[in-house]
Design a protein around this ligand. Structure first.
Ligand SMILES: NC(=O)c1ccc[n+]([C@@H]2O[C@H](COP(=O)([O-])OP(=O)(O)OC[C@H]3O[C@@H](n4cnc5c(N)ncnc54)[C@H](O)[C@@H]3O)[C@@H](O)[C@H]2O)c1
Length: 388
């Protein structure tokens, strides 16, 4: 594999792929030769390229990972597809539904494997919840709610390219983390979001941008800063309608003190409820009306087989974010190594460019709803959800 954009999440792509044991990490490409060399040395990667075109042209690279800032996703992915390389892109696939649609179509034409790392799908208890709902264990789901809250952009001195529309896209909180939540609940519940009503807010309207670039979650030095007006939202409340009849509600924000990676969802069905919290990801709450509610721990001996295969340690041994990320890579690379084509069934933690396109449609609809003063707005009709 070769990776373009070795920043915060790029290092975790490399770590996850290395843990598979059958993939060579060949090269990284960064925005300059010197930064690429420094990153390659720090990550123990043999080759370093100062531009993504050279990495894509390298015949040793069969799979291109894209972990660049959002505005570079389209050119990097287009170039990789033109060279007929498999592509694993981080989310959001693109900063608009139109651009994401173009990439999904180009990937289909190229006939390669294409994936988007909606990595929370790779958690064993997420798969347990999905299988329980699919088997009807909690009955028809009528309400899906939850949140994705963080606090790393709470201060005016906190800054990221995510807040600059030319680099991150028009949406910040929704595109960056709301996209994860929406993909996750659709995947788990097996219903698609078809209509949204959004109220978005920019809590920090002026930020102090550091002179140099800052990687995600890194602290900028107190060196020269310039005030910048912020247009994209850092907080949002969104009502949801699902195609299976469920109603939903999402709170999303990057300015909520004390919340580090506070993703959680709950699904309420006619017989029972399920709740999963990313920050306590080894527990699944099962809520019952006519019996005791309880916690199902991540113990492979207690999980259905389809979920147990995502757990690699016995009960009581905690698994976490990086393990779920590795599970996603195992599903994708297993598919590539078996020589499968995208028309064949895929394992569940493997989200495709079609899923990335649908996610971009939801983000677009959220922005449009807000622009229309909080009007119900239809999500552009999309391809069917990839559930298997
Ligand atoms: N799946 C997840 O949980 C998750 C987590 C974080 C980020 N992401 C996504 O991953 C992507 C990267 O986010 P990040 O937080 O790692 O950002 P980052 O800023 O930490 O890293 C981006 C990297 O891209 C490099 N880069 C910039 N221009 C480049 C160019 N022209 N060619 C090659 N490299 C270039 C930067 O130098 C930097 O190293 C974003 O799309 C983001 O949405 C996903």
């Amino acid at each position: 594999m070769g990776l373009v954009g070795p920043g915060f999440v790029g290092a975790h792509h490399i770590d996850a792929v290395r843990r598979l044991g059958f993939v060579d990490v060949v090269a990284v490409a960064a925005s300059s030769e010197s930064s690429a060399r420094a990153k390659a040395e720090a990550l123990g990667v043999p080759k370093a390229y100062g531009d993504y075109q050279s990495l894509i042209a390298d015949p040793d690279v069969h799979v291109v990972h894209n972990t660049t800032p959002n505005f570079l996703h389209v050119p990097v992915i287009r170039a990789a597809l033109a060279a007929r390389k498999h592509v694993i892109s981080d989310k959001p696939l693109a900063t608009s539904a139109d651009a994401a649609r173009d990439l999904a179509d180009a990937a289909a034409r190229a006939g390669v494997v294409h994936a988007v790392t909606f990595n929370y799908r790779g958690n064993p208890l997420v798969q347990q919840a999905r299988e329980m709902i699919a088997a009807g264990e909690i009955g028809d789901v009528h309400f899906v709610h939850g949140a994705y809250l963080q606090d790393w952009l709470l201060q005016p001195t906190d800054f990221s390219w995510r807040l600059e529309p030319d680099k991150g896209g028009d949406s910040s909180a929704m595109g960056d983390i709301g996209s994860h939540w929406c993909d996750l609940v659709q995947h788990v519940v097996g219903q698609r979001i078809v209509e949204v009503l959004a109220d978005l807010t920019t809590v920090i309207g002026t930020r102090l941008k550091p002179a140099g670039s800052t990687e995600a979650f890194a602290r900028a030095s107190d060196a020269a800063r310039e005030p910048v007006a912020i247009r994209s939202e850092d907080l949002g409340s969104i009502l949801l309608h699902f195609d299976g009849g469920a109603k939903g509600c999402l709170s999303v924000g990057q300015v909520c003190a004390g919340h580090k990676n506070g993703l959680w969802f709950e699904a309420n069905g006619r017989r029972a409820s399920l709740r999963w919290k990313q920050e306590q990801q080894n527990e699944l709450w099962i809520g019952r009306r006519d019996g005791p509610s309880g916690i199902l721990p991540k113990d492979p001996s207690l999980l259905v087989p389809g979920a147990a295969r995502y757990a690699h340690l016995p009960g009581g041994h905690q698994e976490a974010w990086a393990d779920a990320f590795c599970n996603v890579m195992r599903d994708i690379y297993g598919f590539i190594a078996a020589g499968r084509s995208m028309s064949e069934p895929r394992p569940p933690a493997f989200a495709t460019f079609d899923d990335g396109y649908h996610s971009a449609c939801v983000v677009d609809a959220v922005l449009e709803s807000h622009r229309r003063g909080g009007a119900w707005t239809k999500v552009r009709a999309a391809m069917p959800v990839a559930t298997t």
